[in-house]
Design a protein around this ligand. Structure first.
Ligand SMILES: [Zn+2]
Length: 135
């Protein structure tokens, strides 16, 4: 077996991601390079084994389980989408009510403060008047 120093991406070739000219050059090279042919066969076998392994691991139970979960997520999303306007509306109503209550609270405080100040003023006037009366 002669020593091959050319570097080809066997994976790229097997996945078909080489350009046409790269692929043609590689195939020409394969014709008289036993080492690359053997490498290619080994990598092909390796990839086939991975595929077989994947197929074995995805048992019908796992498959059903995964598909069930995907379906569940899809349904949850549909449910959320269905209720989304209602949820947004509810949040809006709560925000408006909070605003009204807060506004009311501060308005009341302001009203109390104003009436207190008015009362104070009246009180002062009364005192002043009584002082003036005494004189
Ligand atoms: Zn070679």
């Amino acid at each position: 077996m002669k020593d091959c120093t050319r570097k080809y991406s066997y994976f790229a070739y097997l996945e078909g991601t080489l350009t046409d000219s790269e692929r043609e050059a590689f195939e020409l090279h394969l014709l008289d390079c036993e080492r690359c042919r053997e490498n290619l066969i080994q990598i092909q076998n390796f990839l086939d084994n991975i595929e077989k392994h994947k197929a074995l691991k995805a048992s019908p139970y796992t498959f059903t389980n995964v598909m069930g979960r995907i379906e569940q997520n899809r349904r949850a999303e549909i449910r959320y989408r269905k209720w989304q306007p209602a949820i947004i509306g509810l949040v809006g109503v709560v925000a408006i009510l909070t605003g009204i209550l807060l506004g009311n609270y501060f308005f009341k405080n302001t009203a109390q403060l104003t009436s207190y100040l008015n009362l104070n003023e009246t009180y002062h006037e009364v005192i002043e008047l009584s002082l003036l009366d005494n004189n």
